[in-house]
Each structure stands twice: as structure tokens, then as C-alpha cells.
Design a protein around this ligand. Structure first.
Ligand SMILES: [Zn+2]
Length: 96
């Protein structure tokens, strides 16, 4: 199922992680930091369509907080630059 793998690859690419070749033991792919190449985890390819996207979206806050990802901080930087949630201290139009 190449499409699932491509979906996983695309989902992790948005937070600065790239997929390595499948590990020899089967259906797990190593997740590598896109900046320095350090291994930051594994992901299985037995996901349903859309699940990889949800997985990464759900972890976005953890990446942004530096709790997940590479010690070099690449995922933190990338996740912060995405930051889909409005900041509580951001000025709002129409307020005093
Ligand atoms: Zn790194």
C-alpha cells in the first residue's frame, strides 16, 4: 500500500520529519529529523487513510513545545511556524 506510506511521509514532512527506508523487520519506518538526520521514532504503515494526518496534527502541540522530536529543535521550530491555533495574547480586531 504505497499510498498509505506516501500519506505518512507527507504528514510527517509538515513537521520537519522524514521517513527512512522500512526497517528490516517489517512494516515500521524510521522517522528521521529532516535537519540533522537523527532518528526520532518509528511509525507503522498499518494506518487507515487520514490517520497519519490526524496523528501528526494531534502531536503538533507537543512538537511545538519541544516535548517531541529531535534535540536539535527542528520539529519545534517547524511546528511553531505552523501554529494553527490563535495565540491568546494576539491582538484581536474589533477589541479595545
Ligand atoms: Zn535534528
Amino acid at each position: 500500500m504505497t499510498s498509505i506510506v506516501e500519506e505518512i511521509r507527507a504528514a510527517y514532512a509538515t513537521v520537519g520529519i522524514r521517513l527512512a527506508d522500512p526497517a528490516a523487520y517489517g512494516t515500521y519506518y524510521r522517522l528521521l529529523c529532516a535537519r540533522c538526520g537523527q532518528m526520532v521514532g518509528n511509525v507503522g504503515d498499518r494506518l487507515l487513510p487520514g490517520q497519519a494526518r490526524e496523528l501528526v496534527d494531534g502531536q503538533l502541540a507537543l512538537y511545538a513545545a519541544g516535548l517531541l522530536g529531535c534535540p536539535c529543535g527542528h520539529q519545534r521550530d517547524v511546528a511553531r511556524s505552523l501554529d494553527p491555533a490563535p495565540r491568546p495574547d494576539a491582538p484581536q480586531a474589533g477589541t479595545r
